[in-house]
Write a protein that binds this ligand. Sequence first.
Ligand code: ADP
Ligand code: MG
Length: 309
Amino acid sequence: MDEHTLIQKYFSDVGSAYLADKGVRISVGDDAAVFSLPADQESIVSIDTSLEGIHFLKSMKPEDIAFRSAAIAISDLAACGATPHWYIVSITIPSFNENWIMSFTKGLQDISDQFKIPLIGGDTTKGPLSITVQVSGYCNINKSISRSNAGNGDLIFVTGVIGDASRSLSLLKKNINESKETVSYLRPSPRISIGQKLLPLASSAIDVSDGLIQDLSHICKSSEVGAHIYLESIPTSLNRTLLSSEINLGDDYELCFTAPEKHTQKINSIAAEEAVLITCIGEVIEGKEVVVLDSSGNEVEVESGYKHF
Ligand code: ADP
Ligand code: MG
């Protein structure tokens, strides 16, 4: 099968049901895609490359590789409070295997259906396996959530639980594929609807990809503030407090955000509506450091989160 037949057969129809709704006039198959933005909105764009051995395992099903690669890109839109609009996928594959592509396409279709977004283009090349996903969403002009507006005294919250995805990854590396235990790594849940509801409430937000403390420190740096985090408050699915070595492992794709204390009730209501835990884990303070404290108020040492270089 040549490249054009492959594209036509496997990529031209992914999420096509959502093209009209998302204002896309020209999609996969032309020289470039053409779309318009809803009135009074601005566009939010992000891109992520996923590599075998770093962002996914070779042993994973192609549909999970596709889903995960797109989900981690969409998670950045959640942190901005954006409504997903479309996505583009560039794949490099070592060889052409129709079953592999079919499964890969299934993962993309799952993403399209979950977030109601069309795949509007991409690129297909031969080489070592690599997936790059560009996503776009929109927000009311000037209303998106950034990293840089956390204020002294704001509370710090996190969605979901921390550490499950990293435990999933350890199991997958040992070839344990129990679906309940590994789903958090294979199929991250970008918190899009929570991000949208936080637009009028959050002063800053980030998605937790490289480690809770490391990612929170990006908010602190951008906002020129510090943070106190209470180890015992960090939400976990285990029935014990996380160890300091377990709080900064990454791959959670939860949202960490700050908000003035007066919004706590509204934030609790969002958690109830979305049936997702939202936990206050600390507060913004003056200074520069993110300090994690144990139940006796002693500072605990935190290992660095994921670093590419
Ligand atoms: P060109 O050489 O002009 O860039 P391509 O052959 O790369 O054209 O792509 C042809 C069309 O197919 C374009 O619309 C492009 O967006 C789309 N396309 C190529 N690869 C993919 C892919 N993996 N997923 C989705 N669309 C793709
Ligand atoms: Mg091309």
